[in-house]
Design a protein around this ligand. Structure first.
Ligand SMILES: Cc1cc2nc3c(=O)[nH]c(=O)nc-3n(C[C@H](O)[C@H](O)[C@H](O)COP(=O)(O)OP(=O)(O)OC[C@H]3O[C@@H](n4cnc5c(N)ncnc54)[C@H](O)[C@@H]3O)c2cc1C
Length: 383
């Protein structure tokens, strides 16, 4: 039984049904996925993390995305997710350069193909980029870029269903337990679904469910705004660019999308229709116009917002068995990098539940026990 049918729940269902022959039911309270992070993601993938486990998850992720058509084929139809491997380009001022170098050393040690570039090399590679205030750039040569996240989500769901998984419209409100086992999952209205195992994959809304299992989860629904831009500027070879200020930009279709970290603290579950246009006017546009002079001519075509499932403890996923339970598992809190990690997390969770142990990738570093021990695995590179 899986609670939550976003990309993490759907991927886990897919691998459980496809590779382990498990009988899987996914309980999803909003089958339209209107507010699900998986429907509102910027759907980009990078190797440039500051923790080894995230680099490994992305490496497995991009390998899966490259062969997604074969992996998730149903009745001869191969899903297309439009993977573009144009790289990320992290830019650093002199203050940020030591962290960028440290990250780079870790990334190289784990096999990520990332190059460090001086301001002169940046200017030569991307002549449209203004390099004032920059000391260093880190560019992903391979294995980084972006794709159609909702298409990946839909493909996981379709493949899971083709392998026998059921997706049921249900709002889960309680667990029935016997000793250290969850015996049934109860939906609003009282209907109970008996189960051998339960996986909580409810994204930004996982904390109340975890609390019912005695796990205090510091995962919050934090709104992020994304702006869709039109510009006549043609930025040859434009990667996903991250300015030292945190403002980011990448090509999308014939235009671009951009965003920035929110100013100040964000209330949980802030309304998604309250787009912070001041953030664009006061922060994003001036930063982009200074970094890319061709963006003097720029128009906001539209904007959307979605929730990061932000883990305030250390900005990393919480994955594995729920401490104290024999058959309760969790996979949530990816803090804005869960779309790219869904293939590897889904496969590993299916192995953990189906075989009793991890196989393809050991996700022990993301175990919930670190919360209880007070030992964060901090991911510095969150956007
Ligand atoms: C603006 C934005 C940009 C992003 N950019 C990137 C990016 O570039 N790269 C990247 O890798 N990631 C990115 N992310 C993050 C990524 O989208 C998420 O990490 C990922 O989608 C999380 O998937 P999920 O399945 O855990 O959560 P969700 O997709 O939110 O799914 C959880 C589901 O659980 C359901 N649910 C909740 N409670 C219950 C309940 N009690 N009963 C039944 N169902 C329940 C919800 O309805 C929801 O459908 C971005 C996110 C946002 C918002």
């Amino acid at each position: 039984m899986i609670v939550g049918g976003g990309v993490i729940g759907a991927a886990s269902a897919c691998f459980l049904a496809r590779d382990h022959g498990a009988s899987v039911t996914v309980l999803e309270r909003d089958p339209s996925y209107r507010q699900a992070s998986s429907a509102l993601s910027a759907s980009s993938i990078r190797q440039q993390f500051s923790s080894a486990i995230n680099i490994a998850l992305s490496q497995a992720g991009v390998e899966f995305l490259r062969r997604v058509g074969v992996e998730l084929e149903v009745d001869g139809q191969r899903p297309a997710i439009g993977l573009v491997e144009a790289g990320y380009l992290y830019l650093a001022s002199s203050a940020g350069a030591p962290q960028l170098r440290a990250n780079h050393a870790l990334q190289r040690a784990h096999g990520a193909d990332i190059e460090l570039l001086t301001p002169g090399a940046l200017q030569a590679r991307w002549p449209w980029l203004a390099t004032h205030g920059l000391a260093l750039g880190a560019h992903g040569v391979r294995g980084e870029g972006w794709f159609d996240g909702p298409a990946l989500h839909a493909a996981f769901k379709r493949k899971a269903q083709a392998c026998g998984a059921r997706f049921v419209h249900a709002d889960v409100v309680a667990f029935d337990v016997r000793g250290n086992r969850v015996h049934a999952v109860r939906e609003a209205g009282g209907r109970a679904h008996t189960t051998d195992a339960v996986l909580v994959a409810a994204g930004a809304w996982s904390a109340p469910l975890a609390a019912m299992l005695g796990l205090a989860l510091p995962v919050h629904a934090e709104k992020r705004d994304v702006f869709v831009l039109d510009s006549p500027a043609r930025l040859t070879g434009c990667p996903l660019l991250i300015d030292p200020s945190g403002v980011w930009l990448r090509p999308e279709g014939r235009g671009f999308i951009a965003g920035a970290p929110p100013r100040g603290s964000v209330a949980d579950d802030a309304p998604l229709d309250a787009i912070d246009h001041d953030l664009f006017d006061a922060v994003i546009w001036p930063t982009l116009a200074a970094r890319i002079p061709a963006f003097e001519a720029l128009r906001v075509r539209s904007a959307w917002a979605g929730y990061y499932e932000m883990n305030h403890f250390d900005h990393n996923g919480v994955v594995g068995v729920v401490p104290g339970w024999a058959n309760a598992f969790i996979a949530c809190g990816f803090s804005g990098h869960g779309m790219q990690h869904a293939p590897a997390v889904g496969r590993a969770m299916a192995e953990r539940i189906g075989n009793g142990r991890y196989g393809s990738l050991d996700l022990a570093p993301l175990a919930a026990e670190r919360l209880q021990r007070g030992e964060p695995l901090i991911e510095h590179n969150i956007i």
